[in-house]
Design a binder for this molecule. Structure first.
Ligand code: AMP
Ligand code: GLY
Length: 416
């Protein structure tokens, strides 16, 4: 079978790497891919948002399975468009992808079906939001743009002045475009975070092994939010009791609610959860694999990923025994200097050939003049497996040190 993976980050390199292990995968294409996917697949120079061009490529090349990495094409309805042309594609349709596409929709769903989440108010008018905040006396408080904002649409607000700036930038200056035509103002929650990812078809939910993502740029979870600077799997706080609790109290009622609303979900459901003193609460839903969580989850998957994706498309997930490696996985992100703000691109990367015992997943890299250069904020992720998290981390850090590019930035406290 010919397989097309859409996207070009570390998550997509990990997806291509895992799919390539399947005996069913004859040829894999990645659009647009990166320098890492180019080593094991054929990169196709198409944007991951260009649905008509991707559809034409898949039809012209008899692609038997398309796998979508990022959220934007899912929210824009790529699954609906491919299915309408008779092409097999893995992921939720546009009606179900609203779980990530609209935070207002998701908060209303969670409230309607009594699923634990932060208390909130929604506003489509900046003046009404200001009026509400003028009576607010407790900080921090959280402001979220309704729509997709590349992970930047969540503001933790600690002063009335910052709240005013946030409302002005999101709702009036529209720094996130139409994603800011409505906002949520919600209660600040505290506690450790958990990423819970599940395989979902119309009848069955299979939770994956757990992961913990390290989101801030600075040591000790300080500084700006990033896409994620490292991850470990399993999450040390996770056990069977917590999994059962999250499935019964959060995941299953959310999926039942989606069916009730005429928006049945299938694909990858990613729930961001905060373990608060009053129990686990939903922070957000994503409708895709996480990045860098995928780089620690897929290396632990023993089952053929093509079989799992095909079973989900055909609603046969219950028939597949999904098996995991007991070892721990850890990944360290090598980011560009300046990330998550502005950073240079096109810098030479050296030392990749010296890595041993770890798998390097490329994120923001490309090939220029026959050599590998930086092309994004998160450049590479170095994943290792180990009997303990310490062993996996030690190997990843040792290999991360062998790789060089100007401004290379890593967090030295992943796993803590
Ligand atoms: P989200 O994109 O909604 O997951 O938000 C990104 C990050 O913001 C989360 O991983 C949390 O660290 C933080 N966050 C989101 N909502 C809240 C909240 N209500 N209270 C505290 N932190 C939050
Ligand atoms: N690592 C967070 C995300 O993929 O949304």
């Amino acid at each position: 079978m010919k397989i097309l993976v859409i996207g070009g980050g570390g998550r997509e390199h990990a997806l291509v790497w895992k799919l390539a292990q399947s005996a069913k995968a004859d040829q894999i294409y990645c659009a647009p891919g990166n320098a890492g996917t180019a080593e094991i697949a054929t990169n196709v120079p198409l944007s991951d948002n260009d649905i008509p061009a991707l559809l034409k490529f898949a039809s012209d090349n008899s692609i038997g399975l398309t796998v979508v990495g990022p959220e934007i094409p899912l929210v824009d309805g790529i699954v609906d468009v491919f299915k309408a042309s008779g092409l097999r594609i893995f992921g939720p349709d546009a009606r179900a992808s609203i779980l990530e596409g609209s935070k207002v929709f998701t908060k209303e769903l969670l409230a309607k079906y009594q699923i634990p989440t932060a208390d909130y108010h929604r506003f489509d008018d900046a003046e009404a939001a200001r009026k509400f905040l003028s009576t607010n006396t407790t900080y921090p408080i959280v402001i979220k743009a309704d729509g997709l904002a590349a992970g930047k649409g969540v503001l933790i607000i600690t002063t009335p002045e910052a709240a005013e700036i946030g409302i002005k930038e999101i709702m009036e200056d529209r720094v996130f475009g139409d994603a800011g035509s409505e906002i949520i103002i919600e209660e600040f929650l505290s506690g450790p975070e958990l990423s819970m990812l599940c395989f979902v078809d119309s009848h069955t939910v299979v939770p994956m092994v757990s992961a913990k993502d390290y989101k801030r740029i600075g040591e000790g979870e300080t500084g700006l939010n990033t896409g994620g600077m490292g991850a470990i799997s399993p999450n040390p706080l996770y056990d069977q009791e917590l999994e059962d609790h999250c499935l019964t109290m959060i995941i299953e009622p959310s999926l039942a609610g989606m069916r009730q609303e005429g928006r049945p979900f299938k694909g990858i459901l990613y729930c961001g959860i905060m373990l608060t003193e009053s129990g686990p609460k939903v922070l957000e839903y994503n409708v895709r694999f996480g990045d860098p969580e995928t780089q620690v989850i897929l290396p632990r998957l023993e089952t053929d990923l093509v079989d799992i994706f095909e079973a989900i498309i055909d609603d046969r997930l219950a028939e597949v025994a999904v098996k995991w490696d007991e070892q721990t996985a850890a990944t360290i992100v090598l980011a560009s200097g300046g990330y998550p703000e502005s950073y240079p691109k096109g810098l030479a990367i050296s030392g990749l050939e010296q890595v041993s015992g770890s798998t390097v997943f490329h994120a923001g890299t490309k090939i220029a003049n026959n050599s590998i250069v930086t092309s994004g904020g998160r450049v590479l992720t170095v994943t290792s497996m180990g009997a303990t998290v310490e062993a996996a981390l030690q190997l990843s850090y040792a290999n991360a040190e062998k790789i060089e590019f100007e401004g290379k930035t890593i967090r030295t406290d992943i796993g803590s």
